[in-house]
Design a protein around this ligand. Structure first.
Ligand SMILES: CC(C)=CCC/C(C)=C/CC/C(C)=C/CC/C(C)=C/CC/C(C)=C/CC/C(C)=C/CC/C(C)=C/COP(=O)(O)OP(=O)(O)O
Ligand SMILES: O=P(O)(O)OC[C@@H](O)CO
Ligand SMILES: [Mg+2]
Length: 239
């Protein structure tokens, strides 16, 4: 059986271990009604800063998962793990090479029952992740859909992650991607900076990921939860 710890998630906050976050902010995020906290970043993630953040999130009941993008950061204790690969790069180490190297060393230690592969389609050429991986992010819609079909139909990836990190993406394309998917769970992340964009993205994706706005405007970040999860919105009125 493939792990499905994420299958009911509609809304996720992504926290970067490299960035400072105070206790009050973390408290608000963890009690917000979000479905999960996802820990991950494309640079500056270390074993120590990941342990530190995980142990602080672990004080709360909210599920907590880790995007493992560095083989030296295999921190145990998360509810689930994602291992990303970038589809639209010609630098094969980011698609498969680093993974093979890591598994050659750590394959015998893998908690496979709680690990899901994540196929990234990187669509913002100015993002850290695009620069790091050499992603060819300026894709025409038919090229984007071709990558999606390879991932979903040929490779049966569990999760397709449409990544616009830093900017709000093309929602028409996102809808076309969703309607092309046969089996993959669709994550969308990028530029969700308040309830309106959260609602738009959630109309197309299975799960929306809210990242940078947490650090820029906490109130707007928290408002994205209620836009996607009506139960959390009702709670807002109670307190
Ligand atoms: C406990 C446990 C699991 C133990 C197992 C032992 C172990 C350590 C096994 C390693 C297994 C393994 C296969 C590891 C992965 C190896 C690896 C290096 C794979 C490459 C991953 C990859 C494609 C990385 C590129 C970057 C990326 C896609 C990161 C994902 C997260 C992301 C995009 C965050 C956004 O970044 P951010 O910094 O926020 O960006 P902005 O600046 O734009 O905001
Ligand atoms: O930081 P933002 O732009 O919200 O993007 C979220 C996430 O997709 C980043 O990996
Ligand atoms: Mg970020």
């Amino acid at each position: 059986m493939l792990p499905t710890f994420y299958s009911e998630w509609r809304h996720v906050f992504k926290l970067d271990p490299e960035r400072e976050i105070d206790d009050e902010t973390l408290d608000a995020l963890c009690l917000s009604g979000t479905d999960a906290i996802l820990v991950g970043g494309s640079s500056g993630v270390t074993f120590d800063n990941t342990v530190d953040l995980m142990s602080r999130i672990r004080r709360y009941e909210v599920p907590c998962a880790f995007e493992l993008s560095d083989p030296t950061c295999g921190v145990p204790g998360f509810d689930g793990y994602f291992i990303p690969s970038v589809l639209n790069t010609k630098r094969s180490e980011w698609l498969i090479g680093h993974h093979v190297d890591a598994l050659r060393e750590f394959g015998h230690l893998m908690p496979w029952e709680s690990i899901a592969g994540e196929a990234y389609l990187v669509l913002n050429p100015d993002s850290t992740v695009a620069r790091l991986t050499g992603a060819e992010a300026n894709l025409a819609p038919n090229e984007a859909l071709a990558y999606v079909q390879v991932a979903d139909r040929l490779w049966n990836v569990p999760v397709l992650y449409v990544e616009y990190s830093g900017i709000f993406g093309d929602m028409d394309l996102l809808k076309r991607i969703k309607s092309n998917l046969k089996q993959a769970h669709l994550f969308y992340g990028g530029g969700i900076d308040g309830p309106d964009k959260a609602e738009q993205a959630a109309a197309a994706a299975d799960t929306i990921v809210v990242g940078n706005v947490i650090y820029d405007n906490l109130g707007a970040a928290l408002a994205t939860v209620g836009a996607v999860k009506p139960a959390a919105k009702e709670q807002d009125h109670v307190f």
